[in-house]
Design a protein around this ligand. Sequence first.
Ligand code: GLA
Length: 393
Amino acid sequence: MQCRKNHYFSDMERNIRAQFLQRFKKEPIVFAAPGRVNLIGEHTDYNNGFVLPGAIDKKILVAIAKNNENVLNVYACQFQQAASFALQNIKPVKGWATYLLGMIFNLQEKGFSISGIDVVVDGNVPVGAGMSSSAAICSAFGFALNSIFELGLSRMELALLGQKTEHNFAGLQCGIMDQFASLYGKAGNVIKLDCRSLEYEFIPFNFPDYRIVLVNTMVTHSLASSEYNVRRKQCEEGVAVLKKYYAEINSLRDVQGEQLQEHKKDLSEIVFKRCSFIVNENKRLLHGCDFLKKGDLQSFGEIMFLAHEGLSKWYEVSCLQSDFLVEQAKQFNGVVGARQMGGGFGGCTINIINNDAVNDFSESIGKLYQRQFNKAPEIYVTQIEDGAKRIDY
Ligand code: GLA
């Protein structure tokens, strides 16, 4: 392994450069952006609420150099696919390339001119696992374009472009959490983000005796984008009704539990459930931040279990597999908290586990899951790391 400036290059970092040199016969610049975990605060971002994500040690790499054509030539190592796209009249496509095209399109719409580029993409963020592989690709590519074309955009502007790309090139009406975490992550910290003001605060996740362990149900959430957008609509429906009574309400962030109770009869049962979940999830997150600051991980873990119950029964974005994993985790000594993470309908559960129990937990949850669903889950013991950056070779 080569080493420079205290940075040990991973295999992926060395390989992407070699791939690029071999394909395009010139030296690239390489950028990386990570996936994310979210400790608590799910589906609150597009309701103007709070989230508590952190960037992780799984990432997307983008190797890039300009070319003299007006074309994007790209090779994706993970999928072993090459493609070329003209840079005029860009349209969404099926699959991973849509994120690159979306970022270019949205930059062009802002008035930036992007000339031809050669690109190799690689990564180890599992796709469809609720760890934000798509935000990581948008963040890495946006960061790369910003740098090589000297666009002068801030990390927040890049995050917003990534979010817009999800909206107009992938059809997911997502919030800002994933792109924000991928660009703003800081090693050893989670970030309390106020999605209304976009103010944020780093909170150290400083529990050396505990690890964050993700268990991948291997259920890729095909339902996710359509049902996700439905949830968003249901929340907006709740806001529209409540606003008739309280002019100051512009999002579920502004709603108090008592106001919701008072107007329960004005809302459909489903909309009431969705709104209740969001109002409670924001409260849980605020308590959760206090617990973390006090070093009270046990109480934090308890609200993670409560959050899962809300996701499963009130917001109805869980699935049998995630419910099973959380139920098993609850019974396991050394697990302080667990819940389904991300957009839902599968993906990963996030578990906070005492170091001493991590191996036993992984082995036993693997066996139980295999017995129940005839499928082995992947298990990732994660680290909270820095957000998007350039890799200097
Ligand atoms: C997906 C979206 C985020 C957020 C989460 C749920 O990851 O991209 O904006 O809404 O789901 O918390």
